[in-house]
Design a protein around this ligand. Structure first.
Ligand code: NDP
Length: 331
């Protein structure tokens, strides 16, 4: 394989904000980590949108190869844990923040960050799931671990037509839950029903100023939106309910009261995918392999080449991406 390769690199600009574009690098430019990976796929996540456009200070060191996840094949390894030919993926662990990431044809990676791609998935399918699907699995596992059975009532997914939301709908319906999908895009209703949602909730019903306690509706929820949507969801949780809070697509604020906690015993469970311990990651990928039929999530993703990453990152911040975008870094 050639020594030079393509990557999306963020560099400081004159206005002080880093922005990223396509560059040619050589293997000698890569950081000194023990495992060299021939990257095959990465993905576009909301955080990638922030990093690549410079909309938020995601990249803590510059220059930075962006891309918070990757899948590929080990080509060289100084680690006893990994051998050439192993199929691997990385989610988070500071990729695109403190460590060079997946928008690159080659990557040197800390061996402790690597997860083996489950046999059930190709590397493209692993990235169709990607950080969004893995985060959705962490969120759904928090609901299962809280003891929410399928008889307890409907489970709400907010930001449902996005990446995390789409996989949360798929996973919850695969587990037999009745799923209500909240979206601001009514045109995605058929798509969401195809993933397993039984009802569609208008985003505006939740993105409003909530009363401290409202009618009890949801046994549980996966929220990728935050702000007033999360506050309304808390006010509508049934007794002993739980919301897995994993995102902030509408904002990082939380204009809520403590009443749902002290009168309905509800739980607000934070979900972090970036620094999740390895055992939690491995469980999530094992569960994804057991629950997801690749034919069913084929509709969730589209493929795009590395050169389109900047445009796709602007589109995800504008809320214009449905489901997942997988980047074929060699296209
Ligand atoms: P997407 O952009 O794919 O999905 C976000 C969805 O949120 C959109 O599709 C839209 O859904 C909804 N949305 C967007 N803007 C608004 C708004 N102003 N008000 C209400 N709803 C809105 O992003 P991802 O799925 O990749 O990520 C979702 C969130 O989860 C992000 O905030 C991201 O940072 C976070 N995240 C967190 C992780 C963690 O470790 N905790 C890991 C991965 C992601 P619709 O069109 O259906 O209304």
């Amino acid at each position: 394989m050639s020594d030079s390769f393509q990557a999306i690199v963020a560099r400081a600009q004159e206005d002080g904000k880093p922005r990223a574009g396509l560059e040619t690098l050589s293997v000698a430019d890569l950081p000194d980590e023990a495992v060299l990976v021939d990257v095959e796929y990465s993905t576009v996540n909301y955080k990638d949108g922030l990093a690549v456009t410079g909309a938020a200070p995601i990249c803590q060191n510059l220059p930075m190869v962006c891309g918070i996840d990757l899948a590929g094949t080990v080509s060289e390894s100084r680690s006893d844990a990994w051998r050439p030919g192993d199929r691997v993926l990385v989610n988070g662990y500071g990729l695109s923040e403190r460590h060079w990431g997946g928008y690159s044809q080659r990557a040197r990676v800390n061996p402790d960050f690597l997860v083996r791609i489950p046999e059930a998935f190709s590397s493209e399918q692993a990235m169709a799931i990607g950080t969004a699907g893995y985060t959705a699995m962490l969120a759904v596992n928090a609901i299962r671990d809280h003891g929410v059975s399928t008889e307890r009532g409907p489970v709400l997914v907010t930001g449902a037509a996005g990446g995390v939301g789409s996989f949360a709908v798929l996973l919850l319906s695969a587990l037999g839950y009745e799923v209500a999908a909240s979206t601001g895009r009514p045109e995605t209703a058929d798509y969401l029903k195809g993933l397993g949602a039984s009802t569609i909730v208008d985003r505006a019903d939740l993105a409003r100023s909530a009363r401290p306690l409202e009618k009890e509706v949801w046994a549980a929820a996966v929220d990728s939106v935050g702000s007033t949507t999360l506050a309304t969801t808390l006010a509508q949780l049934r007794y002993d309910g739980i919301v897995s809070a994993c995102g902030l697509a509408a904002g990082a604020d939380l204009p809520a009261t403590v009443l749902p906690f002290i009168l309905r015993n509800v739980r607000l469970q934070g979900i972090d995918s970036v620094m999740a311990p390895m055992g939690r990651r491995e469980r999530a990928w094992k569960d994804l392999a057991a629950l997801l039929d690749p034919d069913r999530f084929a509709a969730v993703h589209q493929l795009a080449p590395l050169s389109q990453v900047p445009d796709l990152c602007a589109a995800i911040l504008a809320g214009k991406i449905r489901g997942r975008v997988v980047i074929d870094v060699n296209a």
